[in-house]
Design a protein around this ligand. Structure first.
Ligand SMILES: Cc1ncc(COP(=O)(O)O)c(C=O)c1O
Length: 458
């Protein structure tokens, strides 16, 4: 390449010139984030999908112009920030969509700059060593032996069913309750397993009596999936009873702790996960109650030898003689091939905050949820579903029809004033506030309730 051509080639993020090339670009990104957030001025953009689409189209122009535009970084990042639903805004509390910690996001930048890929040691020497150490430590925190890094709860649940099928055969039947995450029955379908048995969940959790009946009546092999932190209400199934029933009936146990797994960091709340260590597999997800930018999923396993079923040989990645010579064989750590080092931001967060620091964040969001529930309970205009178990509060304007509840939520979304979720429990529609923002203050809770009250007709 001529010197002239080298000068006109866009700079690279890694290599000796990487940090200096990134510095001004990062300044541009940070300015654009600030400008976009100021433009939005609230938890999400006002005007609904058409208005947002029009603003994005205006900022984007021609997606693949003949000639490049150096202003694109600023313009597109600004448009994205202006049109974002910002989980760091206390009035954005719909989903298990956390505001990421700044330190985790900074670490994720290093992952993008270095771009290790965890499908072979020669693409990720240090990242693979880091992943091995941190996944084992996290698995042990949950009382299991090892963990795979995944893209989130959905992939973890899918892998859990895959490992169960490989251990017990393709007539394995999933037994779960109506409160389980949709990714579980979907994984059974994707894996060609028999139709799952979905038990009723009278108060949103798996009923041990119904489970005992099912385990007695159904032919094996059976996989019971319990949930620690349901998506709709943050409820925790009675894990010790379920574990005892599975042991008595020889059923395999998977626990989806995508949401509730974060309680492991808290001295105050950890006991709610008693029974977790009896599972064969556990879904954990640190892009929920772990303040990581997505993706930060894990599947913890009790029997690491079961992971052998994921083994693959591809000569360009893990030739047998390379493995015999001591190069770690990484391909069996995921069904994916190219794989980002999502463990980096997790490792940095765990070391920076420590268990105490993360536990304090968990305690904070659980406390906010309790305070919000107390506000609702004492307000005559609202009905509370129940006291929160983790950090989700379900409520509805008293005596409102379901259509009104749905319209209140959509009205707030359209105006860009608040982002609340919705859940159908006990045959009625509820508004859902999921507290994952440790910087929310009691004033914010009152403001959220006032907004809902002001948007409710009559
Ligand atoms: C209990 C539970 N399991 C699994 C998932 C899926 O996680 P993800 O969206 O990271 O795939 C969710 C998502 O909210 C969940 O609440």
């Amino acid at each position: 390449m001529t010197a002239e051509a080298a000068l006109s080639t866009p700079p690279l993020a890694s290599g000796p010139g990487g940090p200096e090339a990134l510095r001004p670009l990062l300044a541009t990104v940070l300015d654009a984030l600030a400008a976009g957030a100021a433009e939005r001025g609230g938890p999400l953009p006002a005007g609904g999908p058409d208005a947002v689409t029009a603003r994005v189209a205006a900022a984007l122009g021609e997606p693949l112009p003949d000639t490049g535009d150096p202003g694109a970084l600023h313009d597109i990042v600004r448009a994205l920030a202006a049109g974002a639903a910002d989980p760091a805004d206390p009035l954005c509390a719909a989903h298990l969509h956390c505001p990421p910690l700044a330190v985790a996001t900074a670490a994720d930048l290093a992952a993008s700059a270095l771009n290790p890929s965890l499908d072979s040691w020669d693409q990720a020497p240090a990242a693979s060593a880091l992943e091995a150490a941190v996944t084992r430590a996290l698995a042990r925190t949950a009382g299991l032996a090892d963990a795979l890094v995944t893209t989130g709860g959905t992939e973890s649940n899918h892998l859990a069913l895959l490992l169960a099928r490989e251990a017990h055969g393709s007539d394995l039947r999933l037994v779960c309750c109506a409160g389980a995450h949709h990714s579980l029955p979907r994984a059974a379908w994707l894996l060609g397993l028999p139709a799952p048995v979905i038990l009723p969940a009278p108060r949103g959790t798996l009923d041990p009596a119904a489970l005992a009946e099912a385990l007695t009546a159904l032919p094996g092999p059976l996989l019971v999936a319990a949930t620690a932190g349901t998506t709709d209400a943050g409820l925790i199934d009675p894990l010790p009873e379920i574990a005892a029933l599975c042991a008595a009936h020889g059923a395999r146990l998977h626990i989806d702790a995508a949401y509730g797994g974060g309680l492991l960091f808290s001295d105050r709340h950890r006991d709610r996960l008693a029974g977790l260590d009896a599972a064969h597999t556990v879904t954990l997800d640190l892009h929920k109650l772990g303040w990581q930018p997505a993706a930060a999923g894990l599947l913890a396993v009790a029997r690491p030898e079961e992971l052998a079923t994921l083994h693959q040989r591809a000569d360009y990645l893990n030739a047998a003689d390379d493995t015999a010579a001591g190069l770690p064989d990484l391909l069996g750590r995921s069904p994916r091939t190219t794989r980002r080092p999502d463990i980096l931001k997790i490792a940095v967060t765990l070391r920076t905050l420590g268990r105490d620091g993360l536990g304090a964040l968990v305690d904070q969001v659980c406390a906010r949820a309790r305070e919000f529930a107390a506000l609702i309970a004492e307000h005559p205009g609202f009905e509370l579903y129940d006291r929160p178990v983790i950090s989700t509060v379900l409520f509805r304007p008293a005596a409102a029809a379901d259509d009104t509840v749905a319209a209140v939520r959509r009205g707030l979304l359209h105006e860009g004033r608040a982002v609340l979720g919705r859940a159908r429990l006990d045959g009625r529609l509820w508004l859902k506030a999921t507290f994952l923002n440790p910087r929310s203050r009691p004033d914010d809770l009152a403001r959220l309730l006032e907004l809902v009250e002001g948007s409710t007709p009559g």
